[in-house]
Design a protein around this ligand. Structure first.
Ligand SMILES: CC(=O)CC(=O)C(=O)O
Ligand SMILES: [Mg+2]
Length: 220
C-alpha cells in the first residue's frame, strides 16, 4: 500500500478540533466572556472543502459568518503531550475558515444546546493547501486576513491568541488523543460578518498562502 502523504491530510478522515473565543477582540464583538480555559468543539472530516468547490449556505440558515483561522496539522500523535514538546507534534499548518451559521448558533446558545448544526455542516471547513512547518517558523506571530468581495473584513495576528499553540496541543491531548492528520483550528480574530450567495471570499496568511472561495446556497 502506498504511504499516505500528510500534505493531503484532509483525505485521511481525521478529527477537526476547533478552539472558540481564543481572541479577546472576537469574544468581545460577540459579547462573550473572555475564557479562562479553551472552549472546544468538533467538526467532522465531511466539513472540508477545497478551492474550486463552493462554500454552501445551509438551507436552515440565513446568517452564515466567515471566521478566518490558523489551522495546525498534527504530524505525530500523542496523549497528555507536555507543552515543552508540543511543537514536535506539528507537521505544518493550513489556512482555514470556521464557517458558522450564526443564527443557529445563537439559538443553540439560548437553549443550552450543542453547536453541531451551526458549525459542523458540509463545507463548514474551507482549507488551503498544506503549509510545511518550516514555512511558518513563528506560528504565534503571523497575520491572518480575509476579504469579502475585495473588502477587508478580518485582519488579525496570531500573537493576539489567548491560549498559545503549545498550550492548546497540551490541553486538548489531555483528554482527546491527537492522531497524525488531525487538524486544530485555533480561533478567529475580530471582524466576522455575514456572507451571501455569490460572494467571493479571499483569505491569506501574510504572503505565505492565499485561498479563494465562492459562496452558494445549498439546494434540496
Ligand atoms: C463564538 C464562536 O463561534 C467561537 C469560535 O469559533 C471562534 O473562533 O472564536
Ligand atoms: Mg471559530
Amino acid at each position: 500500500m502506498a504511504a499516505r502523504n500528510i500534505s493531503r491530510f484532509w483525505e485521511w478522515g481525521r478529527k477537526i478540533i476547533c478552539v472558540g473565543r481564543n481572541y479577546a477582540d472576537h469574544a468581545k464583538e460577540l459579547k462573550n466572556a473572555i475564557p479562562t480555559e479553551p472552549v472546544l468543539f468538533l467538526k467532522p472530516p465531511s466539513a472540508y472543502v477545497r478551492e474550486g468547490s463552493s462554500i454552501l449556505v445551509p438551507m436552515y440558515s440565513s446568517n452564515l459568518h466567515h471566521e478566518v483561522e490558523l489551522g495546525v496539522v498534527i504530524g505525530k500523535g500523542g496523549t497528555a503531550i507536555p507543552q515543552s514538546t508540543a511543537m514536535e507534534h506539528v507537521a505544518g499548518y493550513a489556512l482555514c475558515l470556521d464557517m458558522t451559521a450564526r443564527d443557529v448558533q445563537d439559538e443553540c446558545k439560548s437553549k443550552g444546546l450543542p453547536w453541531t448544526m451551526a458549525k459542523a455542516f458540509n463545507t463548514s471547513c474551507p482549507i488551503s493547501e498544506f503549509i510545511p512547518k518550516e514555512r511558518i517558523p513563528d506560528p504565534g506571530n503571523v497575520k491572518l486576513w480575509l476579504k469579502v468581495n475585495d473588502q477587508l473584513r478580518q485582519n488579525g495576528c496570531t500573537s493576539q491568541m489567548i491560549f498559545s499553540i503549545p498550550y492548546l496541543i497540551s490541553y486538548i491531548s489531555e483528554f482527546i488523543t491527537l492522531e497524525e492528520g488531525d487538524l486544530i483550528l485555533t480561533g478567529t480574530p475580530k471582524g466576522v460578518s455575514a456572507v451571501q450567495q455569490h460572494d467571493k471570499l479571499q483569505a491569506g496568511i501574510e504572503d505565505i498562502v492565499t485561498m479563494s472561495f465562492r459562496v452558494d446556497r445549498q439546494h434540496q
